[in-house]
Design a protein around this ligand. Sequence first.
Ligand code: ZN
Length: 133
Amino acid sequence: MRKIEHIGIAVNDLAVSNQLFEKLFGQPPYKQEEVASEGVKTSFFMNGPNKIELLEATNTDSPIAKFLEKKGEGIHHIAFDVENIVAEIERLQKEGFVVLNETPKKGADNKLVSFLHPKGTNGVLIELCQEIP
Ligand code: ZN
């Protein structure tokens, strides 16, 4: 794993939170994207070298809807940039981590992504992401 790629924050209302984070960072999101397969609408902010992803659920089966119901708004996941996601999944499985999707899937912001179950990572959902060339 290389650097933190972004931090994901679950929000109830993306439009409201977009305004809030625009005020916080002094600039609007550089990208907004819906990932229908995940049931989420996302927006991305850059602040210096750091990226923040806001996530709103688009249906009640969305993992974000379930998270919000259980925990309310807040940090949902930390994403790490990896060079080779397939090799990294294999390495982490050998180390005993539970990988939620063994086959990487297409996530937001032009990435292949995979998640580690938070039960094996002290309650923190970890996302691996590899830029699609
Ligand atoms: Zn993410």
